[in-house]
Design a protein around this ligand. Structure first.
Ligand SMILES: [Zn+2]
Length: 171
């Protein structure tokens, strides 16, 4: 589920909205919530794990797959940390043939630094990971991977892969 939407044409990143503002927004039914993935209408929802996110209002032609709470939570935390470290970060950013879970950018000495973070909760082979990484590299983006079950792969500077362990300890 997307964490980013346009509410009355203003871009909103759900994890960066305070709990109070989020609840207030939910009550304002006359607001237009547009999902950038396909332009369809959406609405605001909060998961059991308190992760704020957007949902498609109707089944559309959009290929958005349901996401696990782990995926939502990981995207949320990555976004917040990137922002804290001074990056301009957005969720679900699409390129010509890729869509990054989080894309963080910052001006660097040799041009724009761009880092794509991918959270992979379903299994993905080494080959597919390398293919997707190659697309990022082609577009001048550094890809960084967080896996529930990392593929058998040589982790390198060109292909940073981390194993992510998430536990929900709330009520
Ligand atoms: Zn969509």
């Amino acid at each position: 589920m997307p964490l980013r939407a346009f509410i009355d044409e203003q871009e909103v990143l759900a994890p960066l909205i305070s709990d109070g503002d989020w609840e207030a927004l939910k009550l304002q039914r006359n607001k237009q919530v547009c999902l950038p993935c396909c332009g369809a209408d959406g609405y605001l929802r909060t998961s059991k794990q308190s992760t704020k996110h957007f949902v498609h209002k109707h089944k559309t032609g959009c290929d958005w797959k349901p996401e696990t709470w782990q995926h939502l939570l990981a995207k949320t935390e990555i976004l917040r940390v990137c922002q804290r470290l001074g990056y301009d970060a957005k969720t679900e950013v699409a390129g010509s043939d890729w869509r990054a879970d989080v894309l963080a950018t910052k001006p660097g000495k040799q041009g724009l630094i761009q880092i794509a973070f991918e959270v992979q909760w379903s299994p993905q082979t080494k080959e597919v990971t390398q293919d997707r990484q190659a697309k990022y590299k082609r577009d001048g983006i550094r890809g960084c991977w967080f896996f529930q079950r990392p593929p058998e792969s040589d982790v390198s500077h060109d292909l940073p892969i981390f194993k992510l362990i998430l536990r929900w300890i709330g009520s």
